[in-house]
Design a protein around this ligand. Structure first.
Ligand SMILES: Nc1ncnc2c1ncn2[C@@H]1O[C@H](COP(=O)(O)OP(=O)(O)OP(=O)(O)O)[C@@H](O)[C@H]1O
Length: 249
């Protein structure tokens, strides 16, 4: 596989390329006689450096899309590009390398290793990344300098999610894919987590895709995509964005 160049929103040789493009992206799950079309010929473009919010009812295909963009799942048909690389042509090892080098994931539940401190959880990633930031810098970026040596059980839910974000960004990924990152948090804590994601997007230029059931969160996005029954049914650009602290739910 050709090297996939890192670039920031601010510039660089591939700055004008979209981060992702899909054409006719389709995913069908077949479980015995049951056939579910999770994604139904989706065409979309996600611009580099943007923060995109994905909305849609439960079962509309959001997680399936995120998993395919992140190289965790395969399309049934159609094409997906990350910058100049067609992900849908990559074999298993190349897809693993893509994921390792370019993608950070944040999920609703934090998946931290309970026996490791915040710093050690982040180091699990920085130890194997190509050009990581120090674990301490990653934790500082999410406002947790004072919690480096705490274990997950000694942290609040919001703090654990911020450790998970630090772990995801420490390898300086080109894209950060977040599936319901505030789903398990109260609104005040959720806002803090969104502020961290917003800051990472602005300061590091990380292309960010965020799934949420909370329609208010769309106000902080550059771009909002709405899904229904596996189809992209609406796309909006926010001319004026709200900062997370202005969002209430
Ligand atoms: N591994 C699987 N096997 C079979 N069907 C699946 C599988 N994963 C997802 N589906 C089905 O595909 C459809 C889309 O699911 P997906 O998880 O992408 O939706 P979603 O919009 O993310 O939903 P939610 O908001 O509830 O997380 C659903 O009908 C779901 O039941």
């Amino acid at each position: 596989m050709a090297m996939i160049e890192e670039t920031s929103a601010a510039g660089g040789p591939t700055a004008m390329l979209p981060a992702f493009r899909t054409v006719g992206l389709t995913k069908v799950y077949e479980t015995g006689p049951v056939r579910v079309v999770a994604l139904d010929s989706v065409d979309l473009t996600l611009q580099a450096g943007e923060l995109t919010v994905l909305l849609g009812a439960s079962g509309s295909g959001k997680s399936t899309l995120l998993n395919i963009l992140g190289g965790l799942d395969h399309a049934t048909s159609g094409q997906v590009w990350f910058r100049e690389t067609e992900l849908t042509r990559l074999g298993g090892r190349a897809l693993t390398r893509y994921r390792r080098d370019h993608v950070g994931f944040v999920f609703q539940f934090y998946n931290l290793v309970p026996s490791l401190t915040s710093r050690e959880n982040v180091r699990l990633v920085t130890d194997i990344a190509v050009d990581p930031m120090p674990a301490e810098e990653a934790l500082d970026r999410v406002g947790l300098s004072h919690r480096m040596d705490h274990f997950p059980a000694q942290l609040s839910g919001g703090e654990q999610q911020r450790v998970a974000i630090a772990r995801a960004i420490a390898k300086r990924p080109g894209v950060l894919l977040c599936d319901e990152p505030t789903g398990a948090l109260d609104s005040r804590t959720g806002v803090q987590v969104l502020e961290v994601l917003d800051r990472v997007n602005a300061e590091l230029g990380t292309t960010t895709v965020l799934i949420t059931h909370n329609a208010m969160i769309r106000m902080m996005a550059h771009r909002v995509l709405r899904f229904a029954d596996g189809q992209l049914v609406q796309e909006e650009l926010n001319e004026t964005r709200l900062s997370p602290s202005e969002i209430h739910w």
